[in-house]
Design a protein around this ligand. Structure first.
Ligand SMILES: N[C@@H](CCC(=O)N[C@@H](CS)C(=O)NCC(=O)O)C(=O)O
Length: 220
Protein backbone atom coordinates (compact mmCIF):
# COMPACT_ATOMS: atom_id res chain seq x y z
CA UNK A 1 0.00 0.00 0.00
CA UNK A 2 1.18 3.54 -0.81
CA UNK A 3 2.67 5.38 2.15
CA UNK A 4 0.39 8.31 2.91
CA UNK A 5 1.46 11.09 5.24
CA UNK A 6 0.27 14.64 5.71
CA UNK A 7 -3.25 14.16 4.41
CA UNK A 8 -5.69 16.95 5.20
CA UNK A 9 -9.47 16.68 4.97
CA UNK A 10 -11.68 19.76 4.55
CA UNK A 11 -14.73 18.40 6.22
CA UNK A 12 -18.23 19.25 7.47
CA UNK A 13 -19.09 16.90 10.33
CA UNK A 14 -22.82 16.60 9.54
CA UNK A 15 -22.24 15.67 5.89
CA UNK A 16 -22.44 11.99 4.98
CA UNK A 17 -20.31 12.74 1.91
CA UNK A 18 -17.60 13.77 4.36
CA UNK A 19 -18.40 10.83 6.65
CA UNK A 20 -17.78 8.35 3.80
CA UNK A 21 -14.21 9.65 3.59
CA UNK A 22 -13.71 9.68 7.38
CA UNK A 23 -14.96 6.08 7.48
CA UNK A 24 -12.50 4.87 4.86
CA UNK A 25 -9.62 6.82 6.43
CA UNK A 26 -10.41 5.13 9.75
CA UNK A 27 -10.60 1.70 8.11
CA UNK A 28 -7.29 2.24 6.34
CA UNK A 29 -5.76 3.44 9.62
CA UNK A 30 -4.51 6.60 7.91
CA UNK A 31 -3.70 9.65 10.03
CA UNK A 32 -4.95 12.99 8.72
CA UNK A 33 -5.54 16.54 9.79
CA UNK A 34 -9.19 17.48 9.81
CA UNK A 35 -9.98 21.06 8.77
CA UNK A 36 -13.56 21.77 9.88
CA UNK A 37 -15.59 23.72 7.33
CA UNK A 38 -18.88 25.17 8.48
CA UNK A 39 -20.71 25.23 5.16
CA UNK A 40 -23.58 27.23 6.65
CA UNK A 41 -21.23 29.92 7.88
CA UNK A 42 -20.14 30.81 4.36
CA UNK A 43 -16.84 28.98 4.67
CA UNK A 44 -17.09 27.37 1.22
CA UNK A 45 -17.94 30.70 -0.39
CA UNK A 46 -14.48 32.29 -0.11
CA UNK A 47 -11.97 32.72 -2.95
CA UNK A 48 -9.53 30.49 -1.06
CA UNK A 49 -12.06 27.68 -0.92
CA UNK A 50 -12.98 28.11 -4.57
CA UNK A 51 -9.30 27.73 -5.48
CA UNK A 52 -9.37 24.30 -3.81
CA UNK A 53 -12.77 23.32 -5.17
CA UNK A 54 -14.63 25.52 -7.66
CA UNK A 55 -17.82 23.57 -6.85
CA UNK A 56 -17.49 24.88 -3.25
CA UNK A 57 -18.55 21.57 -1.73
CA UNK A 58 -17.14 19.43 1.05
CA UNK A 59 -15.25 17.13 1.32
CA UNK A 60 -11.95 18.12 -0.24
CA UNK A 61 -8.83 16.02 0.35
CA UNK A 62 -5.46 17.75 0.34
CA UNK A 63 -3.04 15.05 -0.73
CA UNK A 64 0.39 14.34 0.68
CA UNK A 65 1.95 16.33 -2.21
CA UNK A 66 -0.40 19.29 -1.60
CA UNK A 67 -2.88 18.81 -4.40
CA UNK A 68 -6.61 19.25 -3.85
CA UNK A 69 -9.12 16.52 -4.65
CA UNK A 70 -12.88 17.30 -4.37
CA UNK A 71 -15.77 14.83 -4.81
CA UNK A 72 -16.22 12.26 -2.06
CA UNK A 73 -16.22 9.24 -4.35
CA UNK A 74 -13.10 10.42 -6.20
CA UNK A 75 -11.44 10.71 -2.80
CA UNK A 76 -12.52 7.16 -1.92
CA UNK A 77 -10.92 5.88 -5.15
CA UNK A 78 -7.71 7.80 -4.47
CA UNK A 79 -7.40 6.45 -0.95
CA UNK A 80 -8.49 2.89 -1.76
CA UNK A 81 -6.22 2.34 -4.77
CA UNK A 82 -3.82 -0.50 -4.02
CA UNK A 83 -5.84 -1.70 -1.03
CA UNK A 84 -8.42 -4.50 -0.68
CA UNK A 85 -11.15 -1.84 -0.72
CA UNK A 86 -10.78 -1.36 -4.53
CA UNK A 87 -10.69 -4.42 -6.81
CA UNK A 88 -7.98 -4.80 -9.46
CA UNK A 89 -10.11 -6.96 -11.76
CA UNK A 90 -11.47 -4.75 -14.57
CA UNK A 91 -15.06 -5.97 -14.33
CA UNK A 92 -15.22 -5.69 -10.55
CA UNK A 93 -13.56 -2.27 -10.68
CA UNK A 94 -16.17 -1.13 -13.19
CA UNK A 95 -18.92 -2.47 -10.93
CA UNK A 96 -17.53 -0.38 -8.08
CA UNK A 97 -17.59 2.68 -10.36
CA UNK A 98 -21.18 1.81 -11.28
CA UNK A 99 -22.24 1.98 -7.63
CA UNK A 100 -20.22 5.14 -6.97
CA UNK A 101 -22.13 6.80 -9.81
CA UNK A 102 -25.48 5.40 -8.70
CA UNK A 103 -24.88 6.65 -5.17
CA UNK A 104 -24.38 10.20 -6.47
CA UNK A 105 -27.23 10.22 -8.98
CA UNK A 106 -29.89 8.24 -7.11
CA UNK A 107 -29.10 7.65 -3.43
CA UNK A 108 -28.08 11.18 -2.44
CA UNK A 109 -30.81 13.25 -4.16
CA UNK A 110 -33.55 11.02 -2.74
CA UNK A 111 -32.90 9.92 0.85
CA UNK A 112 -29.88 12.18 1.46
CA UNK A 113 -31.46 15.36 0.17
CA UNK A 114 -34.74 14.52 1.88
CA UNK A 115 -33.13 13.86 5.26
CA UNK A 116 -31.21 17.14 5.18
CA UNK A 117 -34.22 19.22 4.19
CA UNK A 118 -36.57 17.64 6.71
CA UNK A 119 -34.08 17.74 9.61
CA UNK A 120 -33.30 21.43 9.17
CA UNK A 121 -36.85 22.56 8.36
CA UNK A 122 -36.38 23.34 4.67
CA UNK A 123 -39.22 20.94 3.80
CA UNK A 124 -42.14 19.35 5.62
CA UNK A 125 -43.18 15.77 4.77
CA UNK A 126 -46.23 16.97 2.85
CA UNK A 127 -44.33 19.31 0.50
CA UNK A 128 -44.46 18.07 -3.13
CA UNK A 129 -40.66 18.00 -3.25
CA UNK A 130 -40.55 15.87 -0.09
CA UNK A 131 -43.13 13.48 -1.54
CA UNK A 132 -41.14 13.21 -4.79
CA UNK A 133 -37.92 12.48 -2.90
CA UNK A 134 -39.67 9.98 -0.62
CA UNK A 135 -41.05 8.08 -3.61
CA UNK A 136 -37.64 8.16 -5.27
CA UNK A 137 -36.02 6.86 -2.10
CA UNK A 138 -38.43 3.91 -1.99
CA UNK A 139 -37.45 2.94 -5.56
CA UNK A 140 -33.76 3.21 -4.77
CA UNK A 141 -34.03 1.27 -1.51
CA UNK A 142 -35.98 -1.47 -3.31
CA UNK A 143 -33.22 -1.76 -5.93
CA UNK A 144 -30.49 -1.86 -3.27
CA UNK A 145 -32.37 -4.43 -1.22
CA UNK A 146 -32.96 -6.62 -4.29
CA UNK A 147 -29.27 -6.46 -5.20
CA UNK A 148 -28.33 -7.63 -1.71
CA UNK A 149 -30.80 -10.52 -1.73
CA UNK A 150 -28.10 -12.83 -3.11
CA UNK A 151 -24.98 -10.95 -2.03
CA UNK A 152 -23.22 -10.05 1.20
CA UNK A 153 -21.66 -6.90 -0.28
CA UNK A 154 -22.24 -4.76 -3.36
CA UNK A 155 -19.33 -6.01 -5.49
CA UNK A 156 -17.24 -9.15 -5.65
CA UNK A 157 -18.46 -10.76 -2.43
CA UNK A 158 -16.38 -8.49 -0.22
CA UNK A 159 -16.42 -5.06 1.40
CA UNK A 160 -15.26 -2.32 -0.99
CA UNK A 161 -15.67 1.42 -1.40
CA UNK A 162 -18.95 0.68 -3.18
CA UNK A 163 -20.26 -0.36 0.26
CA UNK A 164 -18.67 2.68 1.93
CA UNK A 165 -20.35 5.02 -0.56
CA UNK A 166 -23.82 3.44 -0.47
CA UNK A 167 -23.74 3.09 3.33
CA UNK A 168 -23.01 6.81 3.83
CA UNK A 169 -26.53 8.09 3.28
CA UNK A 170 -28.60 4.90 3.27
CA UNK A 171 -27.85 4.00 6.90
CA UNK A 172 -29.52 7.23 8.01
CA UNK A 173 -32.51 7.05 5.64
CA UNK A 174 -34.76 6.37 8.63
CA UNK A 175 -34.00 9.93 9.80
CA UNK A 176 -35.84 11.09 6.68
CA UNK A 177 -38.96 9.37 8.01
CA UNK A 178 -38.47 6.37 5.74
CA UNK A 179 -39.77 3.05 7.02
CA UNK A 180 -36.86 0.59 6.64
CA UNK A 181 -38.86 -2.53 7.55
CA UNK A 182 -39.46 -3.50 3.87
CA UNK A 183 -35.70 -3.74 3.29
CA UNK A 184 -34.39 -6.68 5.38
CA UNK A 185 -31.42 -7.40 3.08
CA UNK A 186 -30.26 -3.82 3.36
CA UNK A 187 -30.66 -3.87 7.14
CA UNK A 188 -28.62 -7.09 7.36
CA UNK A 189 -25.96 -5.49 5.16
CA UNK A 190 -25.87 -2.43 7.50
CA UNK A 191 -24.90 -4.86 10.25
CA UNK A 192 -22.20 -6.47 8.10
CA UNK A 193 -20.74 -3.04 7.29
CA UNK A 194 -20.80 -2.14 10.97
CA UNK A 195 -18.76 -5.27 11.77
CA UNK A 196 -15.93 -4.33 9.41
CA UNK A 197 -12.53 -3.58 11.00
CA UNK A 198 -12.03 0.08 11.80
CA UNK A 199 -15.71 0.97 11.42
CA UNK A 200 -16.71 4.34 12.87
CA UNK A 201 -19.92 6.36 12.82
CA UNK A 202 -19.36 9.99 13.73
CA UNK A 203 -22.00 11.90 11.74
CA UNK A 204 -23.03 14.93 13.79
CA UNK A 205 -26.41 16.68 13.77
CA UNK A 206 -26.80 19.72 11.51
CA UNK A 207 -26.08 22.99 13.28
CA UNK A 208 -28.80 25.56 13.96
CA UNK A 209 -27.34 27.69 11.16
CA UNK A 210 -28.46 25.05 8.61
CA UNK A 211 -32.07 26.18 9.04
CA UNK A 212 -33.51 28.25 6.20
CA UNK A 213 -32.42 31.87 6.44
CA UNK A 214 -30.18 31.22 9.44
CA UNK A 215 -26.83 30.88 7.69
CA UNK A 216 -25.04 31.60 4.49
CA UNK A 217 -24.18 28.80 2.05
CA UNK A 218 -24.65 27.41 -1.44
CA UNK A 219 -28.13 26.43 -0.28
CA UNK A 220 -28.91 30.13 0.25
N1 LIG B 1 -20.82 15.32 -5.30
C1 LIG B 1 -20.23 15.95 -4.15
C2 LIG B 1 -21.33 16.53 -3.30
C3 LIG B 1 -20.76 17.25 -2.10
C4 LIG B 1 -21.78 18.10 -1.37
O1 LIG B 1 -22.89 18.40 -1.86
N2 LIG B 1 -21.40 18.55 -0.19
C5 LIG B 1 -22.25 19.41 0.60
C6 LIG B 1 -22.39 18.80 1.98
S1 LIG B 1 -23.09 17.18 1.91
C7 LIG B 1 -21.58 20.77 0.70
O2 LIG B 1 -20.42 20.85 1.08
N3 LIG B 1 -22.27 21.88 0.36
C8 LIG B 1 -21.64 23.18 0.44
C9 LIG B 1 -22.59 24.32 0.69
O3 LIG B 1 -23.78 24.08 0.76
O4 LIG B 1 -22.16 25.45 0.84
C10 LIG B 1 -19.42 14.93 -3.34
O5 LIG B 1 -19.78 13.76 -3.34
O6 LIG B 1 -18.42 15.31 -2.73
Amino acid sequence: MTERNGLRLYDYFASCNCYKVRLLLAQLGLPYERVPIDIFNGETLTDEYSAMNPSRTTPVLETEDRRYLPESNAILVYLAKGTPYLPDDAFELAQVVRWLIYEQTDVIPTMGGLRFRLLVGRLTPSDPDAIRRTEGAAEVLRLLDDHLRTRDFFVGGRYTIADVAIYGYSHLAHEAGIDMRPYPNLRAWFERVEQQPGYIEDVEPYGANAAPGAGHSLYG
